[in-house]
Design a binder for this molecule. Structure first.
Ligand code: FAD
Length: 193
């Protein structure tokens, strides 16, 4: 090995620290309200008015997170939609049977376990009226965009143009595509069709 192992360790720590800062920022940055991003900007929650945030050290970030109080319904909603749209962005063009089943189960579980009862009950009705479509990446991401819009409408929020969903929610940035949902690797031996 030509590289110093300690140097590698420091590099790895640097990356983990950067990742933690980025993810915590989604929970503790102030809300930008209900404006929808129509651009390819994937992180509208990171406001230009808080440029110093990413310069904070992890201990300071944790302190800020602790002092920001309990999670609000809006923060929980934004974090959950981020999770779901990112999942849809990574969802394969040709999902396996197991992946299709998992996604449907996930939505059913969300409609029972989502930690805001009013939202969970509403979402249960939404997916009853709009059964999950998960036959491909396109189908799932469009379905999710549609049901998010159903929730948006019920809250008086603007409707998002679903033809922009891939631009808004691109695949997760991850070195060497390590985050991709590889069909066969996720399948535990199930058939693709
Ligand atoms: P969010 O709606 O959280 O959206 C986050 C970002 O997603 C937006 O900034 C925009 O860039 C993008 N986006 C918006 N719409 C779409 C779309 N259709 N497709 C793709 N991307 C889009 N709150 C309630 O008060 N009552 C409820 O009943 C309720 N039910 C919910 C059910 C679920 C399953 C979830 C996940 C959340 C629910 N919420 C509910 C929370 C609510 O949907 C919002 O998350 C919250 O009000 C914050 O809204 P926001 O304006 O910041 O943007």
């Amino acid at each position: 090995m030509s590289e110093n192992p300690l140097q590698l360790l420091f590099q790895a720590f640097g990356k983990v620290s950067e990742c933690v800062q980025t993810h915590l920022s989604l929970f503790i940055l102030p809300s930008t309200g209900s404006s929808l991003s129509l651009t390819a900007n994937r992180s509208p929650l990171v406001s230009p008015s808080t440029p110093d945030f990413h310069l904070l050290q992890p201990a300071e970030i944790l302190q800020k997170a602790n002092s920001s109080g309990p999670t609000t319904k809006e923060e929980l909603g934004r974090a959950t939609w981020t999770f779901l749209h990112t999942l849809a962005a990574q969802y394969p063009d040709k999902p396996t049977r197991q992946q299709r089943k998992d996604v449907k189960e996930l939505m059913a579980i969300l409609s029972r376990m989502y930690p805001c009862k009013e939202c969970a009950d509403h979402f249960k009705e939404v997916i009853r009226a709009n059964p999950v479509q998960a036959g491909s990446h396109h189908e799932f991401s469009q379905w999710l965009c549609h049901v998010h819009n159903v929730v948006n409408r019920s809250l008086g929020k603007p409707v998002f143009p679903c033809e922009r969903v891939d631009a808004r929610w691109g695949k997760l940035e991850c070195e060497r595509r390590e985050c991709d949902l590889q069909g066969p690797l996720m399948d535990f031996g199930d058939e693709a069709k």
